[in-house]
Ligand binder design. Structure first.
Ligand SMILES: *[C@@H]1O[C@H](CO)[C@@H](O)[C@H](O)[C@H]1NC(C)=O
Ligand SMILES: *[C@@H]1O[C@H](CO)[C@@H](O)[C@H](O)[C@H]1NC(C)=O
Ligand SMILES: *[C@@H]1O[C@H](CO)[C@@H](O)[C@H](O)[C@H]1NC(C)=O
Ligand SMILES: *[C@@H]1O[C@H](CO)[C@@H](O)[C@H](O)[C@H]1NC(C)=O
Length: 159
């Protein structure tokens, strides 16, 4: 009787230990997958930017958006966004890359400020100067939680 319960204990311990081993292996897999994806653009932001550019009839240069990946090349190196047109900069220090800067300067872009802009919630450097953008700033402007553009945005929009 005693021996059976001891054997059960051993089996149980083995099962628990094996389970932990598998869980650890799984966690390691998740970690390496996360690292492999470390420099991919946040999908929501990628969709928003692609939609905006399509709407404006402009496209990214090959110096960024390499193979369809927006946060690549000059978007993630030391290049200043002021030297890119159109250009973006990304912050890849999260699990994913967030678009933090957008410059579309004097590219004859017309129409209302696209709603998609408000999905770029990590944006803190926006320059849409010397275009023909019109219309009200959407009420959802508050969604751009990290954006410090008040004033700057208006100035650049007008210039
Ligand atoms: C970890 O990933 C490899 C392939 O990338 C797979 O063969 C292995 O079964 C995975 N391990 C676990 C515990 O999910
Ligand atoms: C913007 O984000 C909302 C969800 O927050 C989503 O429903 C909408 O489709 C997004 N728009 C674009 C163009 O990505
Ligand atoms: C980035 O590249 C992909 C694939 O080449 C393309 O579909 C997409 O429109 C490009 N995005 C921009 C913003 O130009
Ligand atoms: C990810 O981006 C950072 C810069 O943000 C860069 O230093 C690093 O080399 C990139 N990693 C990969 C795997 O491309």
């Amino acid at each position: 009787m005693r021996q059976t319960s001891r054997r059960r204990m051993v089996v149980l311990c083995f099962v628990v230990a094996f389970g932990q081993l598998m869980a650890t292996a799984g966690a390691q897999n998740r970690t390496s997958n996360a690292n492999a994806n470390a420099n991919t653009t946040d999908p929501l932001e990628a969709r928003a930017l692609n939609a905006m550019f399509q709407r404006w009839g402009i496209s990214a240069t090959n110096d960024w958006n390499i193979s369809g990946e927006l946060c690549s090349g000059v978007a993630i190196d030391d290049t200043q966004v002021t030297t890119l047109n159109p250009g973006i900069k990304c912050d890849c220090s999260y699990n994913t890359c967030h678009i933090t800067a957008l410059r579309v300067h004097a590219m004859d872009v017309t129409g209302p400020i696209p709603d998609e802009l408000w999905n770029l919630t990590y944006m803190d450097d926006l320059n849409l100067g010397q275009n023909y953008l019109t219309g009200p700033i959407p009420a959802s402007i508050g969604a751009l939680v990290k954006m410090h553009y008040q004033g700057r945005f208006h100035r650049k929009l007008d210039c």
